[in-house]
Design a protein around this ligand. Structure first.
Ligand code: NDP
Length: 248
């Protein structure tokens, strides 16, 4: 029997990178997965692969910055699969730049997706998890959620520090409800994340990491799988993972 047989997991930002790898990993452990993001065609490819491997999966087109869509996502899990055991709040954007360049639309987007989106889905999931008597929230923060550096990441780091703080608050608020909370803090991972950066200086300073062997999305999916497959008495609260050669 696989470790997550009978469990239902919702993964946001599952159309690429860490979310996609996590959906495949949890499905391989037996979970029924709801894969959510805005890009429907990318979700369709993932659904095909998971179903091809014998997994149970549903796609949900969802912009997590829209509160009603975020709530609808959790409702879909309950309606279609009867419950929600695991919510992986992975959807995120990293639009690096220094403050002082008037890129307030990008700061707003980072806080809307990375923080408010996480809160909307979590808010809805808590209610469903309490009804069932427990659950597991996994929030994807970043090394930038623990460390601030000079490489144009102050606002992004602010959003990811918020994820760490909110996760610890949730852990304390929900421990009597048998809802576990894990925050995962990856260093550099090879995904599409950096391709959305518009600021040239930020792109250049990130380039400094490119000579390193950085992490693969599967490395983070393995950490999520580890956290959610522990016995119920074990609450893995925090995992920080860097590429071996990443200095900060
Ligand atoms: P990707 O860009 O590959 O994936 C980001 C995912 O978020 C996509 O599936 C995207 O889907 C989704 N997303 C973005 N905006 C929204 C939205 N408004 N509503 C719903 N989904 C949205 O990057 P990663 O896999 O690297 O990023 C995943 C998480 O990991 C992020 O939270 C990121 O901050 C974090 N992280 C990544 C690191 C890295 O080096 N790659 C390091 C540390 C943390 P779509 O566009 O289809 O909606």
């Amino acid at each position: 029997m696989a470790k997550l047989d009978g469990k239902v997991a919702v993964i946001t930002g599952a159309s690429s990178g860490i979310g996609e790898a996590t959906a495949e990993a949890l499905a391989a452990e037996g979970a029924a997965v709801i894969v959510a993001a805005r890009r429907e065609e990318r979700l369709a490819g993932l659904v095909e692969r998971i179903e091809g491997g014998g997994g149970r999966v549903l796609a949900a087109v969802c912009d997590v910055t829209d509160e009603s869509q975020a709530h609808g996502l959790i409702q879909k899990a309950v309606d279609e699969f009867g419950r929600i055991d695991i919510l992986v709040n992975n959807a995120g954007v990293m639009l690096l730049s220094n403050v002082g360049k008037g890129l307030s639309d990008e700061w707003r987007r980072m806080f809307d997706v990375n923080v408010m989106g996480l809160l909307y889905t979590t808010d809805a999931a808590i209610e469903a998890m309490k009804r069932r008597g427990g659950g597991h929230l996994v929030n994807i923060s970043s090394v930038a959620g623990r460390k601030v550096t000079r490489d144009s990441s102050g606002v992004y780091a602010g959003s990811k520090h918020a994820v760490v703080a909110i996760s610890e608050g949730l852990r304390q608020e929900l421990l009597e409800d048998n809802i576990r909370v894990t925050v995962i803090e990856p260093g550099a991972v090879e995904t599409e994340l950096a391709t959305h950066i518009t600021d040239e200086d930020a792109r250049e300073s990130l380039g400094g990491l490119l000579h390193l062997e950085i992490l693969q999305a599967e490395d983070i999916a393995n950490a999520v799988t580890y956290a959610v497959t522990q016995p119920e008495r074990v609450s893995v609260n925090e995992i920080l993972i860097r590429p071996t050669q990443q200095p900060v």
